[in-house]
Each structure stands twice: as C-alpha cells, then as structure tokens.
Design a protein around this ligand. Sequence first.
Ligand SMILES: [Zn+2]
Length: 80
Amino acid sequence: MPDETAEKGSEAEAQNFTDVYSVCVECGEEFTLTSGEQNFFKQKGLRMPRRCSPCRQARRQEREHGGKGEGPKGEEDPAR
Ligand SMILES: [Zn+2]
C-alpha cells in the first residue's frame, strides 16, 4: 500500500490504517472502511463492522424505534 501521509489531515493522526474494502453482509454491496473509521472502532474496542453504513444506520434506527412491529415489543408504550 502506498504510504500517503499528507491529505487526510484530521482523522489519521496516530496510526496508518489503510482503507479496507469489504462486502456488506446485509445488502451485499461493497463498502469502504476508512482508516479513520477503523481507528474509531479500534479505540472503542469494537469489532470492525460487516455492514455498510446505510445498513448500519438502518439497523440502529430500527432498534431505536423498537423494531417496527416485528419485535417482541413492537408496540409503543407511552408509560416509561
Ligand atoms: Zn449494506
């Protein structure tokens, strides 16, 4: 891999991750995991995502909304 130090600026301060190309397990699209993202996940102690960001966002939103109807707790409960 070429070792480009300039350009990126903000994110890549510590380590030289290179962009990783991966295939989303959700939609099968190829997506890029940038060095900044890899750094982020590493710092958080998270595993590298296997989904593209649209799919990740969709999943996150589904969770926040209680999994639109299909989950065990699909209904809104106003009492909280
Ligand atoms: Zn996807």
